[in-house]
Design a binder for this molecule. Sequence first.
Ligand SMILES: [Mg+2]
Length: 399
Amino acid sequence: MDLDKNISLNEDIHSNKFLFNTQLSVNETNKSLDSSIQLTNFFPQKQIALLDLDYFFAQCETIRNPLIKDLPVVIIVQTIRGSGAVATCNYLARDLKIRSGMVLSLAKKLANNETIFINADKQYYTQISLKVFEIIDFFCDSVEQTSIDEAYLDLTNPLGFEKAQKICLNIKNKLKNDLGLSCSIGLSFNKLLAKMACEEKKPDGFTIIPYSKKDDFLLKKNVKKIHGVGPNLELLLKNIGVYKIGDLRKIHLEKLIELFGESKGSMLYNYSRGIDDRVIIVNREKQQISRMITLKKDSIVFDEIKNSLDFLCEIVFNESKKLQKQFKTCSLIVIESDFETITRSKTFDGKIDFEKFKEIIYFLLRDYISDSTKLIRRVGVRISNFDEDYGFQKKLLDF
Ligand SMILES: [Mg+2]
């Protein structure tokens, strides 16, 4: 899959670090990345998104067999007792009241004669998930993968909420265009509200809750919408007259701790106010590192573009050293003045040092220039095809 094809070009789609650096002129290239990281700390409010693929396994099956697209689709797994259970199902099956976790015999009773039952194909879903995360990684550096089809993204950057919003839309469009997958995204300022926003509209939803709107969003919601409030806790809360998050907020912290213990009590107190300090724990092994920059003026002259490439090569190479990644593939990404994206790559066996890396990138640019007449608007450098084993990721995808 060529990640760069048809990218929607709202610019500056990369990491937070990159977003800052794009504001620097090429003459300022000696500024270190660390200074940009410190600067981002002046922006106390975070932008956190939760991305969840809609009925993922069922969507994967629909990609493989588009004929089942408009039928109720139920994916089943075998339980240890030998009977089947519903792993997931699409919205048409949900309309029939079939639910994840339901025993197969009950799901079959609820099904109509159009309902398709399919055994879960773990290997196939894992392959698709890898492609999904390739796209997510391309747009965001801070990703906490929470399951085969769900991840938190830290999109905090100096350019604010609007930028984060654009990145979310870019990811959403790319997943749809390249893989045919729909997802729901919640964007807010912490994990709690990102998750609640994501739940708000499914499938194919995109819900944004800025800080200023948090109370409008929270107060009228049922307490069970709070992350961590299961049926038991919901019942206990009902017993003290708490139905809505607004009711919960009226109860003193001391009272909540007395009733539910220190940890749950403070959690309820904080969450009812939209307070959640949990950070994104980046747990994904990177599959590629890339950076892009907008040229000061559109150009097709090698010497006018070389400085920008040197800058990008240095950032990308240093990042690979920091992460101890040995790469085999080097790519040049060119965004032309009419926003068309071209990627040229070269793959080598053996170690690529900095000089060789730059040479390869120069070669790719010269090669591009030799048969193109269009002006270049943005350039990017990417390394991929890392020489290592993705142990942690394999574990996450185990289900
Ligand atoms: Mg999902």
